[in-house]
Design a protein around this ligand. Structure first.
Ligand code: SF4
Ligand code: SF4
Length: 67
């Protein structure tokens, strides 16, 4: 299974990774970022196809996909 790491110290909660993921792996959490927006979190790691779009599009380099 993919190991997707969201660096919460870097994530501002823009939601881009959630929008670009074709498999619904990521979602907004209930916890706010330092910007007051919802931190991204991994909810369905088993669905990940390792396309790395989330990693590529994150403007803050807060996502790392290992697998
Ligand atoms: S794209 Fe990056 S900064 Fe934006 S919500 Fe996702 S992990 Fe956070
Ligand atoms: S690697 Fe692709 S499928 Fe996996 S979480 Fe990122 S965008 Fe979604």
């Amino acid at each position: 299974m993919a190991d997707i790491v969201i660096r919460e110290d870097l994530c501002k909660g823009c939601g881009i990774c959630i929008e670009v993921c074709p498999r619904g792996v990521l979602a907004p959490s209930k916890r706010p970022s330092s910007w007051g927006l919802p931190l991204a979190e991994v909810i369905r790691p088993e669905a990940c196809i390792l396309c790395r779009l989330c990693e590529f599009y994150c403007p803050d380099m807060a996502v790392e996909v290992r697998g």
